[in-house]
Design a protein around this ligand. Sequence first.
Ligand code: DON
Length: 352
Amino acid sequence: MKTHGRRTLAIASLATVVMTAMTLVPSIRAQGSVQSVVDGAFAKYKNLQEGKNADYIPALAKVDPNLFGIAMVTADGKIITAGDVKTEVSIQSISKVFTMARVIQDQGPDAIEKRIGVDATGMRFNSIVSIEFSKKELGGPEMNALVNPGAITATSMVQGATADEVWGKIIGTYSDFAGRPLSVLADVYKSESDSNQRNQAIGMLMHAYEYIKSNPAQATDLYTRQCSVGVNAKDLAMMAATLAFGGRNPATKKQVIGADNVPYVLAVMATAGLYDDSGKWLYHTGLPAKSGVGGGIIAVSPGNFGIAVVSPPLDDAGNSIRAQRAIRDISTALHGNPYAVQRQKPVATSGR
Ligand code: DON
C-alpha cells in the first residue's frame, strides 16, 4: 500500500514536472518552432497595406512604410527575428518607458506616483485638456508618465547639474537596456524640434501647474531628444527583454534596474502603453506594451519573452498596425498572456 502510494506520488510529481515544462513557454520549445511562429506572423502581415506613417513630425513621413521587422528574445537568451531588424527608426514614445524606469530606479516608485500619477487619462497622448483635468481640485491626478505631459515631467525629474549630465543619464539608460550604445537620429531631432510647439506649450503648462519644478524648456528639449533616439527591432526587443527578465539585460547580463522596480514600470505600460487603445490591447493580449509614432511597439511577457516589431504605418490611435497584429498572433501562439492560468505556478500552502 505504502509502495503503491509512493509510486502514485512519483507519477503525480513527474506529471506535474512534464505539465509545467510544457506550459513554460517558450524556453522549453525548440528554437525552430518559435522561429516558425515568428516567420508565420511576418509572412501574414508583410503585405498588409493599412494605416499611414505619422506626418505631424515631417521626418517620420519620409520613413519607408514597407519597413517591417520582428525580434523576440526568449527566456534562454535566444534572439529570434524575421524581416528587417537592422534599420533604425526613432524610438519616439517608447522612450517614455525607459526615462520613467530611470526615475523609479533613482528616486523610488513613489516619486512617479506622487509627482505625476499612474492613472490613464483616457485622452490623446498630447492632450492639453488632460492637464486641466489632472488638477487635484478636479479629482486628479489622472495622469501618467507615458503621455506627453507626464513624460516631459519625468524627463525633468532625471537629476543632473547640466542638460548634458541629464542627457548622459538618459542615453546611458537606454543603451544599457538595449545592450549597445544608442544615439540620436539628427534629422528626426531637427524635424521634431522645428515642429514641437505643442510640446513646448505642454512643458510650460506643466511648469505653471508645478509638476515641473524648473526649466521646462530644457525638459521639453531633452524629451524631444530622447524621442529621436535611433533603434532597430532588435534593440527594442532587447529593451523589452530586460524588463521581461527582472531588469537584467539578457545579453550583457547587466542589472539595469532593480527587479523590484520592474513591476511598477510594467503596470504603467499595461495601463497606458497604447494610449486610447490600451484597454483593448490588454484585453486581447494581457501584455504590458508601449508604442511609438516611429512605428515601433515593444511588449513584455514577464519571465517569458520580450518582443518588438517595427513597422511605420499607424492606426487612428497612433499605434503601428502590423506591430499590433504580429505581436498579438505570436504571443497567442506561444501562450504569452501572463493572466492565462495555464502558465502560472500555483500559489499553494502545505498541509491542505
Ligand atoms: O511627443 C511627440 O509627439 C512624439 N515625440 C512622441 C509621440 C509618440 O510616439 C506617441 N505615440 N504613440
